[in-house]
Design a protein. Structure first.
Length: 142
């Protein structure tokens, strides 16, 4: 009976250690926005099999970009790398039913560069290569 109990405890401890090692994801919250105060969200950063960084963004209560002052066409997501390079990694289309009706959005991207900060700006051109001044959400450096 004692042997079975010891084996069960050992099995549970082993599973806990394996789960803690497997879930090495980093969760970073966005700071409160002065542009859209109700907006909130977080970022999860993981590694894939190729040692790339998987960036997942989850946003809530983000206003439609056309309602901002001045209004814009899209939200663009920016990543600052560990080499201090700012890269456009994609856009959130706020005109879709998902964001405009439920005020929720998610985004995923993969990068070989190590991210140190993420931020979202309101832009007229989704392919712009430098961020505008209307920063909607931002993380601290991580």
């Amino acid at each position: 009976m004692k042997t079975i109990l010891k084996n069960n405890i050992l099995t549970v401890l082993t599973l806990l250690v394996l789960l803690s090692l497997a879930s090495c994801s980093k969760k970073i919250n966005f700071l409160t926005s002065p542009v859209v105060p109700a907006a909130r969200g977080y970022v999860n950063i993981n590694h894939d099999r190729n040692k790339n960084y998987v960036i997942q963004i989850h946003l809530f209560d983000l206003a439609e970009v056309q309602r901002l002052q001045p209004s814009k066409q899209t939200y663009v997501i920016w990543m600052v790398t560990d080499q201090d390079i700012t890269k456009n990694i994609g856009q959130i289309k706020s005109s879709t039913g998902i964001l405009s009706r439920q005020l929720k959005a998610s985004f995923e991207s993969v990068s070989s560069f190590k991210p140190t900060k993420l931020f979202i700006t309101a832009e007229d051109d989704p392919s712009t290569q430098s961020p505008g001044t209307q920063v909607v959400l931002s993380t601290d450096n991580f």
